[in-house]
Ligand binder design. Structure first.
Ligand code: 13P
Length: 336
């Protein structure tokens, strides 16, 4: 499979030294839940103002190589009339777009989900590229449960869809971010997460290979290996780091330029510590190991902002601080 040089360059630029991704691609329904949980009314204008606050944070480009937008935001303008996507590009931050249509119950697999959105995807990618997007994201989810979930059927269905999406992205000149997320929900042990994540990653790369996706022109966005959120007695930062690197070493080809972890509901400080510990481990790490956090990058800033114009500077300071910490962690140089 030949490499695709424009895509390779974009993928590497997003994860250049000390840079990661801000996932600001919550759907209207998800961001509405986050805003209303803080007593902030969710209107299109509020959501626009919130994203503008994040994107115009001073010096952001030192820590953030790419921002993932969603359909509403990619069409919105800043308060000074510049499209938000241009505001990012003008600051040297590469804009991307969420293109899956969310997860839906998988027929014949009770309790499991498949990410949809392949129908008409080629046309949507074309439009997003014309609007200025340079990469895309598709998220699949896998649930761990004692009664045998995830099933092989669910893993296969989602891995296949991820590969079809990734091939379409590359055809349309966009870098695919391939996001298979094993959810933290449940009370399972770290070892179970490691086993399931390994099986999921193996299936995803098998499908990517069959779909002739160029690995050099993509990024992987996996979960870290942790015990379930409901498990009494959590793992140490070191245990999470070692298990995560072991899973990547076993299942992720070195041709992939970058692995950008999702935060998945981890506390922001812990997400920084985990990333730092992974990067501080000895041993071969052929990929850039960085972040593509949503909640772990935004939660502190959102808490400060609370929808108030007079809180913008303080919220930007909180966001800047967390982005700075995560950037240091992507280099294995965080000490906090
Ligand atoms: P979290 O970091 O909040 O898990 O979000 C990342 C993301 O993009 C989920 O699709």
């Amino acid at each position: 499979m030949p490499t695709m040089s424009g895509l390779d360059e974009t993928a590497r630029a997003i994860v250049a030294d000390g840079k990661g991704i801000l996932a600001a691609d919550e759907t209207v329904s998800t961001i509405t839940k986050r805003l209303t949980a803080r007593a902030i009314e969710s209107t299109a204008e509020r959501r626009r103002a919130y994203r503008e606050m994040l994107f115009s944070t001073p010096d952001l480009a030192a820590f953030i190589g790419g921002v993932i937008l969603q359909d509403e935001t990619i069409r919105q303008d800043s308060s000074t009339g510049i499209p938000l996507i241009e505001l990012l590009a003008g600051r040297g931050i590469i804009p991307g777009i969420k293109v899956d249509a969310g997860v839906h119950p998988l027929a014949g697999a009770p309790g499991e989900f498949v990410a949809e959105g392949l129908d008409g995807l080629r046309g949507r990618l074309e439009e997003y590229r014309e609007l200025g997007a340079r990469f895309a994201k598709w998220r699949a989810v896998f649930i761990i449960r004692d009664d045998g979930l995830p099933t092989a059927k669910c893993i296969h269905a989602n891995a296949h869809a991820l590969a079809r999406y990734a091939a379409l992205c590359q055809e349309q000149g966009l870098v695919p971010i391939v996001e298979p997320e094993v959810l933290m929900e449940g009370a399972h042990a770290l070892e179970r997460c490691e086993d399931v994540t390994g099986r999921v990653l193996q299936a995803v790369f098998n499908e990517l290979f069959d779909a002739r996706v160029s690995l050099e022109g993509m990024l992987l966005k996996p979960n870290m290996i942790t015990p379930g959120q409901g498990r009494a007695g959590q793992a140490s930062v070191q245990e999470v780091a070692e298990a995560t690197l072991r899973a990547l070493t076993r299942h992720v080809p070195p041709a992939v330029p970058g692995v950008v972890f999702l935060s998945g509901g981890q506390d922001p400080v812990l997400a920084t510590q985990h990333l730092n510990a992974i990067n501080a481990l000895d041993g071969p790490k052929p990929w850039k190991l960085s972040f593509s956090y949503g909640r772990a990058l935004q939660d502190e800033a959102l808490e400060v902002w609370r929808g108030r114009r007079e809180h913008v500077l303080a919220a930007q300071q909180a966001f800047h601080h967390r982005a700075w910490c995560d950037s240091a962690a992507a280099l294995g140089r965080y000490s906090g």
